[in-house]
Design a protein around this ligand. Structure first.
Ligand code: HEM
Length: 496
C-alpha cells in the first residue's frame, strides 16, 4: 500500500494527464518536484519592491516558472501528491460546477489542519459537508447580519478608544502598528456576533487558537508535512496537544452554558444563534463522528476563519488607503456623510458606502487572504476537455486570476478601485476571474458578515483618523495560511 501511494498510484495519474498533453517537470521518487520547488524559490530570491502589488513571484515563484515552461495547465508532484495547476478561465469556471462529493477538500488538509480546524465545515466533503453547511448557512443570511451590526459597532469601541488615548499622549500623531488592534477587533466580533455574550470565554478561545496557529505553522515550517514527526513527543508537539485540549474544554464549556438545568437547550444569551445552531446540529446525522467533535470542530473553524481573513483584509486596506491619499479622502468624505449623527450604520448605511465598497473589493483583488484553492478529485471528473483521474489534487492560484492582464486589463497590478464602479461583471471578463470569497458551492459562508465588519470598522476609523505610510514599513506579503504583512503594518495615524 505504501509503495503504491508513493509511486505507481501517482504515476498512473501523471500518465493519464500526460497522454492528454498536460506537461510538467519530471518528478523524482519520494520527493516529486519538491527539491526543484525549493531551488527555484532559492535561486529566484525575490526582489521585494516597496510599491509592488504583484508578489506572485515572491510567494509562488515555482508556479510562475512552470506556467511559463508548460502552459496555463500543468502538473507537478509533491511526493505522494499529484497536482494539476489550472489558470485557464473556462477550466476555472468548470471547477466551480462540481459538487463537494465529486471535487472536495483534499484529505491531507483534514489531517494536517486537524489541530486548528477540527473536522469542521472547512475540511469535510460529501454528505457531511452538505449537512454542516445546512446547519450553519442560515445564521449568516442578511436578515441575521442586520442584527449583528450593533455588535460590530460595539467591537470598534475598544480599538477607537485605544488609538485616541495613544494619540492624546503623542500630540495627535504617531506611528501605530495596527495588526494586533485589528485582529482583536475581528476576534471580538466573532465572539460577540456568533457566540453570544460569552465574550470573555470567546476571547480566551480565540487567543489559544492564535497560539495554536503559530505553533503549528512553526512546526510545519521546521518538519514539513512529515506525518511521523508530528506524532513524536517533542516539546512543540506536546504544546500543540495541550492547546488542542484546552480549546476543546473551553468550547465545551461554552456549549454547556447554553443548556438549562433540565438539560434542554435554551438561548441563555442573546446573539448566540450560530452556537445554538451548531449544538442543535450535533443531534443530527454525524457520519460516524461524535456530537462533541461536531461542536468543537465547527466552533474552531468559525473562530479561525472568522477572524483571520477579515483582519488581514482590513490591514491591507489601511495600507492601500495610506499610500493612495486621494482614495482615502474620497472614502472619508463618503464615510463622514453616511455616519453623520448615527450611532449604528444599519443595512441602509452600509449600502450607501459605495466608494468604500469599491476600495474593499479592490483590496480583496490585490490581497486575497485565501490565495490558493485546493481540491481533490474524489471520483474521475472532467474539467474543460480534460479527463481528471480520481486522486488528482486540483490547484487554482487565486492571485493569478486576480492579476491576469487579459481579464483585468494592462493596469491589473495597480490599485484602481473605480474598476468596480459598475460591479464585478464590468470590472473583469469573465466575471469568475474575481473570486476572493471562492467559487461554486463552497463559496464563503460568511461573506455578508465579513463585508459588514470591514465597512463598519473602516468607516469609523476614517471618520476619526488620517493614515499615512510609515518609513519603518517593509512591504513583504507573506503566505501563512492567509497572505499577511510579514513584518507587521506600522502606519502613521493622525487624529482629525
Ligand atoms: C474578508 C474576509 C473573508 C474572506 C476573503 C473569505 C474567503 C473565503 C474563501 C475563499 C472560502 C472558500 C475556500 C475554498 O474554496 O477552499 C471561504 C470559505 C469559508 N469561510 Fe470565509 N472568508 C472571509 C471571512 C469569513 C468569516 C468572517 C467567516 C466566519 C464567521 C468565514 C467562514 C468560512 C467558512 C466556514 C468557510 C467554509 C465554507 C465551505 O466549505 O462550505 N469566512 N472563505
Amino acid at each position: 500500500y505504501s509503495c503504491n501511494i508513493l509511486w505507481p498510484g501517482p504515476e498512473k495519474i501523471r500518465k493519464k494527464l500526460r497522454r492528454q498533453g498536460v506537461k510538467g517537470p519530471k518528478p523524482t521518487f519520494l520527493h516529486g518536484n519538491t527539491r526543484e520547488m525549493k531551488s527555484i524559490c532559492h535561486e529566484l530570491k525575490p526582489v521585494k519592491k516597496q510599491d509592488s502589488n504583484n508578489y506572485i513571484s515572491t510567494l509562488f515563484p515555482h508556479l510562475l516558472v512552470w506556467r511559463e515552461a508548460y502552459g496555463p495547465v500543468f502538473q507537478y508532484s509533491t511526493g505522494g501528491r499529484e497536482i494539476l495547476h489550472v489558470s485557464q478561465p473556462d477550466m476555472v469556471k468548470d471547477i466551480g460546477h462540481w459538487t463537494p462529493s465529486e471535487l472536495g477538500k483534499p484529505s491531507y488538509l483534514k489531517k494536517s489542519r486537524k489541530a486548528l480546524l477540527g473536522g469542521g465545515l472547512f475540511t469535510v466533503n460529501g454528505d457531511e459537508w452538505a449537512y454542516q453547511r445546512k446547519v450553519m448557512a442560515p445564521e449568516f443570511f442578511m436578515d441575521k447580519i442586520k442584527d449583528m451590526i450593533q455588535l460590530i459597532e460595539d467591537a470598534t469601541a475598544p480599538l477607537l478608544e485605544a488609538w485616541e488615548s495613544i494619540l492624546e499622549g503623542a500630540g495627535g500623531s504617531t506611528e501605530i502598528v495596527v495588526d494586533d488592534y485589528v485582529r482583536n477587533f475581528s476576534g471580538d466580533v466573532i465572539s460577540r456576533a456568533c457566540f453570544g455574550s460569552s465574550f470573555a470565554k470567546g476571547e480566551e478561545i480565540f487567543c489559544k487558537l492564535r497560539q495554536l496557529q503559530k505553533a503549528t505553522a512553526q512546526r510545519d515550517a521546521f518538519v514539513g508535512l512529515s506525518a511521523v514527526w508530528k506524532h513524536l513527543p517533542t516539546k512543540s508537539n506536546r504544546a500543540i496537544r495541550n492547546l488542542v485540549e484546552e480549546v476543546r474544554l473551553l468550547i465545551l464549556e461554552l456549549a454547556k452554558a447554553n443548556r438549562n438545568e433540565n438539560g434542554a437547550e435554551h438561548a441563555a444569551t442573546h446573539n448566540n444563534g450560530l452556537l445554538r445552531a451548531i449544538i442543535d446540529g450535533s443531534h443530527g446525522p454525524l457520519n460516524g463522528g461524535t456530537a462533541e467533535e461536531f461542536i468543537v470542530g465547527n466552533c474552531k473553524s468559525i473562530y479561525f476563519a472568522g477572524h483571520e481573513s477579515t483582519a488581514v483584509t482590513a490591514i491591507w486596506c489601511l495600507m492601500l488607503l495610506a499610500t493612495h491619499p486621494e482614495w482615502q479622502d474620497r472614502v472619508r468624505a463618503e464615510a463622514l456623510e453616511v455616519c453623520h449623527g448615527t450611532m449604528t450604520l444599519g443595512v441602509d448605511g452600509l449600502h450607501r458606502l459605495k466608494i468604500l465598497t469599491m476600495v474593499i473589493q479592490e483590496t480583496l483583488r490585490l490581497y486575497p487572504p485565501a490565495s490558493l484553492m485546493m481540491r481533490e478529485a474524489l471520483t474521475d471528473i472532467k474539467i474543460g476537455n480534460l479527463d481528471v483521474p480520481r486522486g488528482t489534487i486540483v490547484q487554482v492560484t487565486r492571485l493569478m486570476l486576480h492579476l491576469d492582464k487579459e481579464a483585468w486589463g494592462a493596469d491589473a497590478n495597480e490599485f484602481r478601485p473605480d474598476r468596480f464602479a459598475n460591479g464585478v461583471a464590468a470590472a473583469c471578463k469573465p466575471a469568475h476571474m474575481y473570486a476572493p470569497f471562492g467559487l461554486g458551492p463552497r463559496i464563503c459562508i460568511a461573506q455578508n458578515l465579513a463585508m459588514a465588519e470591514m465597512k463598519v470598522l473602516l468607516a469609523r476609523l476614517l471618520c476619526r483618523f488620517a493614515f499615512s505610510p510609515s518609513p519603518s514599513y517593509r512591504h513583504s506579503p507573506a503566505f501563512r495560511l492567509t497572505i499577511e504583512p510579514e513584518f507587521g503594518m506600522p502606519l502613521v495615524v493622525t487624529r482629525l
